[in-house]
Design a protein around this ligand. Sequence first.
Ligand code: CTP
Ligand code: MG
Length: 179
Amino acid sequence: MVVETVVVALWAMGPAYIPNNAAVLAGGGAPIDGGRTMGDRRLLGDGKTWRGTGVGIVAGVAVAYLLNLVAPTVEAVGYGVPTFTPVVAFALAAGAMLGDILASFVKRRTGRERGTAFPLLDQLDFVVVSLGLVALLAPGWFTSVFTLPRLLVVLVATPLLHLLTNAGAYALGLKAEPW
Ligand code: CTP
Ligand code: MG
């Protein structure tokens, strides 16, 4: 069923969707790269901080915990949503943060200053790395939850959700750019 596919796919990605937004709210303080450069550019830039990353991961794991709490209720309604083990929750949340960090590394290496848009990389970096980390750390969970139709839903819906939430955060004055 199409609705169930979408519900389960977005549910399973829940702990990966929150970290980047939490990092925007919590960001600031010491940058991860400590100001270091590679060539004549920053390794990552001031937009990737320890605090933002730490709060992002904790927020993602907290979302997994909350989703586990309401899962029985959603099951009762008829949707067979997955629950998150601690390893899966960590992989989804940390993978999302790591994907965003790797994207900044790529942006700096390709001469883009902090805050510049990099279409598709900006929208999919965190999905690809969080899925990759789950596949690595919890392969059984990954293959049973992420069937091909659900993976396709994630790859199509995520860029749209990402654009919507970032435009919203920008409109609210929480984010410097709308991407
Ligand atoms: N942020 C953070 N730590 C992270 C990710 C984000 O502190 N690991 C905070 C920073 O304050 C950052 C803001 O969230 O400026 C917006 O995040 P993002 O758009 O990912 O960073 P940019 O500032 O645009 O930097 P970049 O060009 O490197 O993506
Ligand atoms: Mg940005």
